[in-house]
Structure formats: structure tokens, C-alpha cells
Design a protein around this ligand. Sequence first.
Ligand SMILES: Cc1ncc(C[n+]2csc(CCOP(=O)(O)OP(=O)(O)O)c2C)c(N)n1
Length: 307
Amino acid sequence: MLRIRRFEEAAARSYTQGKISGFLHLYIGQEAIAVATADLMKPGDRVVTTYRDHGFAIALGCEPGACMAELYGKATGLVGGVGGSMHFFARDKGLWGGYAIVGSHVPVAAGHAFASKYTGDGAVTICFLGEGAMHIGATAEGMNLAGLWKLPIVFVIENNLYAMGTPLSRQSPVDDLTTRAPGWALASDRFVVQDIHETRERLGAAIEAARTQHRPALLELLTYRFRGHSMSDPGKYRTKEEVEQWRSRDPLQRLEAQLRDGGLDEDALTAIDDGVVAEMDAAIEFADGSPLPDPEHRFRHNLVEDV
Ligand SMILES: Cc1ncc(C[n+]2csc(CCOP(=O)(O)OP(=O)(O)O)c2C)c(N)n1
């Protein structure tokens, strides 16, 4: 969690220095979800997610340097610098993509899960989406097929309360988005993400049922992004009180307190943080010093080659 947070903070600084172009959607506040997921995944399992994807890459073990270089559009980036922030991909680590079009990835994820059922590889697909994606046609199509075909998939709504600046109350006639689950024959669970252990346990139960019983599920995880929608959003649509309330539930701070209670002293905690900050300094140095991709590279991977 700390590694993701420090990565995102370093990326935000680079963005304000003009080293990163385009959009940058930060994951600060939501890290426990990616970390719990990565810890639960077995070889072959897949994550399919949105443009808020850096946290998953880091949690799944991608090098911070390669992730930062991808944000910088450099040749040493995770996908050679041609994907950028919204299109991280690391097949060997189980990250099957960040997708920028809201809801577009839900049928893609259902397709991955169908492939698992068809080949019997025993893998589970875990598909993340924002609450805003729950009102998109493609989402309904993907979830419907998952329920119909009993696919090994868990859909996880990361409900951070806003789709850009639009609160859930102006998007949805119901607050509880899992009320839609029975209509697609999906199991469901809904909880506030404030403790990494609880998050891991509840997510784990759904993943296990999808793996062993082909019981697809729709989970709604109530969480909060401490920053705006993207770097260009100051987040003025939220009250100070609301931000404070969610800051008091920050799973990273809670874990720090748990470690303290467990006997880790301030020096040990500071040393962990210093180590992670140094890692991010090195990631920035790596990205800064890396070359831009060969312009020819942009024509590669547009179509499948060598089938
Ligand atoms: C089909 C489509 N419509 C609109 C957009 C513009 N857009 C980008 S992000 C976003 C908000 C999505 O919010 P949510 O799904 O809740 O995810 P969050 O950003 O909160 O993680 C919108 C409307 C888009 N990318 N794709």
C-alpha cells in the first residue's frame, strides 16, 4: 500500500513538472483493494481494470521504474511507452489491461472468464470498475453473460462516490448497487474498505467461490479517492468534512497503527518509508534517463501479428 501511495505521489509531482502528458488518474486512498487482490491471486488469474490502474501494476509486482517510464512515454515503460497511464498491461503478472472507455472492459473480462471455463484452466478473472460504469450498456451485457454462463469471475465496483464530479445520488436511483446482482444471478457482498485484512477476507471468499464453484459475484467496495478524478480536478464538489471522515478510515494509516500496536517502533516504520521513497526516487531517475520510443513502434501491436 505504501509503495503504491509513494508511487502515485511521485507521479503527481512529475505531472506538475510537465514530465507526464495526457491524463493521470491517481489511486491514492484505494490502495488496499489492489493489494488484497494481488495477495489473493494464483498464477493464471487475471485482473482487468479501468484507467485508474497504476496501483494494480505495483501490487502485482511490476517494477516502479517501468511503471514511471510508461507514464513518461518512454521506451523502457511497461508497454514500451505507447500505452501511458490509462493502458498499463503486464500479462506475465496477471494484469490484462487498464481500459479508458468506461464499462468497455466488462465484456472483455467476461470473455477472459469464458476462456477459463472453456479451457478449464482453473483461473479466475477479477474485473474492477467504478460505480459510474454501472450505468453503461456494456457493463450490463458482460454481467448478464457472466451470470448466464456461470463464469469464474468477480466484478468489483470500486465505489469512490463520484464519477468525475457527479455523486452517486445523481447517477443511480439506488444507493446499494449490489441490488442489481440477483437479476444477473450474481452473488454479492458490500462493505466499506477501511481494513486491509477484512478486505482480503471478503474479497477472498468471492474469488474462492468463483474458482471452485463457478459462482460469479458482484462486490461493491465503498472507498474514497483522496485526490480529484484526475490531475486537472481540484475536487471542489466535496466538503472538507467528507474528506476528513474518509481520511480517518484510510486503510494505510490503520495498517500503520496495527503494526505499531504489534510492536514495530517509529524507527522501523520510518526506515520502511525511507526505503520506499528511495525506490521512487530511483524510478524517477530511471524514467528521466530513458529514451523515447522509436517512432516506428507506434504502428506495432495495432493488429495481431504472427498468429
Ligand atoms: C463511455 C465513456 N463515457 C465517458 C467517459 C469520460 N469519463 C472518463 S472517467 C469518467 C467517470 C467514471 O467514473 P467511475 O466509473 O465512477 O470511476 P472512477 O473515476 O470514480 O474510478 C467519465 C465519465 C469515458 N471515458 N467513457
